[in-house]
Every structure is written in C-alpha cells, then in structure tokens.
Design a protein around this ligand. Structure first.
Ligand code: NI
Length: 136
C-alpha cells in the first residue's frame, strides 16, 4: 500500500534564457521575452511529493516537518530572491528553464529521501505553465 505525501513551497527568482554561443537574433527567436538581457522574475510554486509505504510505527510515509525543512534549507534558501543565472552555481552552465530547475531541485532533494521512496518535483513557473520531474 503506497501513499504519496506532498508539500507545497514557494520562491521568487529572476532568470534569463539564452545561450552565449548563439546570436541575439537566434536567442530572441527561440526564447522570446525570456531572453531579456536585464533578466525578469517569476513567482515559482513548487510541489514536492514523496511516495512510499506507510511506516508501521509512526503511520507516516515521511514526516512533513522533515520534508518542509529539507525544501526550506536546500531549495528556498538557495533560490529565493536570487538571480538564477548569476547567483546559483548549478546554472552557471545550464539554462534555468523550468525543466532544468525542476531537475536541479530533484537532484538536491533526492539524496535526503530514503531510496525505497519515490520523489517527484512539480514546478510552476506561472499559474498555467508547469513541469514535472520524477528522476527518469
Ligand atoms: Ni522566464
């Protein structure tokens, strides 16, 4: 019997989507307004889900306080009010699209979640645009 436990979190961050090895014209064509050289911000909404068996002693799959503290320490403190391109080392050579941000968050959290549990990260860049990564 597997149950999924989810925790919502939030951070504000700025980014710019572009490739240094492409011309401004090509970056504009591919990334549009997200190639604005002066960066722009998003209110990111995050849902982190852990799926596993219920522990017989505690009745928990994962203590939500532990999950909340992990997200606070490894995601919110690392990303909130940051410029993802300039301030976050993971994006020095990785375009900070929602897809790549979700993968970076998953990799940061995976090491703290028991291996017999599944981890899923859903990241909303806008209320209508969101991505999901499950480590596949
Ligand atoms: Ni953007």
């Amino acid at each position: 019997m597997k149950v999924t436990v989810s925790r919502k979190a939030h951070f504000n961050a700025a980014h710019r989507l572009y490739r240094k090895d492409w011309s401004m014209e090509k970056n504009d064509a591919v990334f549009g307004k997200c190639n604005n050289p002066n960066f722009h911000g998003h209110n990111y909404e995050l849902i982190v889900s852990v799926t596993g068996e219920i522990d017989k002693e505690t009745g928990y799959v994962i203590d939500t306080k532990i999950l909340s503290d992990l997200i606070k320490e490894h995601v919110e403190e690392a990303f909130d009010h940051k410029n993802l391109n300039l301030d976050v080392p993971e994006f020095l050579n990785l375009i900070p699209t929602a897809e790549n941000i979700a993968v970076v968050i998953w990799n940061k959290l995976r090491v703290f979640i028991d291996l017999n549990k599944d981890l899923e990260v859903t990241l909303y860049e806008t209320p209508r645009n969101f991505v999901t990564y499950r480590g596949e």
